[in-house]
Design a binder for this molecule. Structure first.
Ligand SMILES: NC(=O)c1ccc[n+]([C@@H]2O[C@H](COP(=O)([O-])OP(=O)(O)OC[C@H]3O[C@@H](n4cnc5c(N)ncnc54)[C@H](O)[C@@H]3O)[C@@H](O)[C@H]2O)c1
Length: 245
């Protein structure tokens, strides 16, 4: 087996941790980055992989990180946050009755800058080598409205536009950029009481394993600009279905 060099941002928790665990268990050389150092180090030591602190909002930190590491074969740009009121938010705290500038900056910083800076600093080495895969953890909120958290929706639509716009140029140089788009997943990003509210509406919550399945599919299928949708009870599918024209 060829050992691949894999990077996972936001790899200390939830989806990122599951992605890191999957590829580490297959024997690949996985680097986890996060800002939660304790969780990141604990996970890395349990998986026998590397942990590096990297605040994805910090462009200079990305520059140092990229220059200090050999080219990655696969990068999962996964770190993300919500404004803190992801589901069925109280109208009194909605961004346009009580705008929270700090939450706005944090959400766009992690979800948008974190992806743009990651691609900007990782893709050149992949392009120089003529191969690589970059998979962004986007969201169903990249494709559909998410009224309780419009700022999160903004950030995930932005990332989707970035992936679709840049992928055709990167693929010409052998680098595959795509996105995975999960519905709600059982991670700390969605508190348990909010998960219960979602279930009450008749929808199930995804396990992280389903998202790992989509991440595997994104790497295996290598479809530039593809958005892989993960919805409870349905097979993972490309959006929009390319056969629909
Ligand atoms: N959980 C869901 O329902 C869901 C659905 C669709 C998409 N997503 C997306 O999946 C991704 C992972 O989220 P999750 O659900 O696993 O949440 P999570 O909270 O379990 O994990 C997110 C990780 O990102 C890290 N992080 C936060 N700010 C960071 C920063 N500035 N720099 C580096 N790391 C940072 C956190 O410390 C955490 O370890 C996010 O992009 C999220 O938007 C989640």
């Amino acid at each position: 087996m060829t050992v691949s060099r894999i990077l996972v941002t936001g790899g200390a928790s939830g989806i990122g941790a599951a992605i890191a665990r999957h590829w580490a268990n297959l024997g690949h050389d996985v680097t986890i980055t996060d800002v939660n150092d304790e969780a990141g180090r604990d996970l890395a030591s349990s998986l026998g992989c590397t942990y590096v602190r990297l605040d994805v909002r910090n462009e200079e930190a990305w520059r140092e990180f990229a220059s200090g590491h050999e080219t990655f074969d696969v990068a999962f740009l996964n770190a993300g946050v919500s404004t803190g009121d992801l589901v069925f938010g109280n109208p009194d705290t909605s961004p346009f009755t009580s705008f929270d500038l700090a939450a706005y900056r944090r959400t766009l910083g992690v979800n948008v800058d974190g992806v743009v800076f990651g691609v900007a600093h990782l893709a050149p080495a992949m392009v120089a080598r003529g191969s690589g895969d970059i998979v962004v953890t986007a969201s169903m909120a990249s494709l559909y409205p998410i009224p309780p958290d419009p700022i999160y929706g903004l950030s995930k639509h932005a990332v989707s536009g970035f992936v679709k716009s840049l992928a055709p140029a990167l693929v010409e140089r052998g680098v595959y950029l795509s996105a995975i788009c999960p519905f709600f997943v059982d991670t700390p990003l969605v508190p348990k009481e909010q998960q219960a509210q979602i279930r009450e509406t008749g929808f199930d919550i995804l396990t992280v394993d389903r998202v790992v399945e989509a991440a595997q599919m994104a790497v295996a299928e290598r479809q530039a600009g593809a958005h892989w949708v993960i919805f409870p009870g349905a097979p993972i599918a490309r959006h929009p279905d390319p056969t629909l024209g």
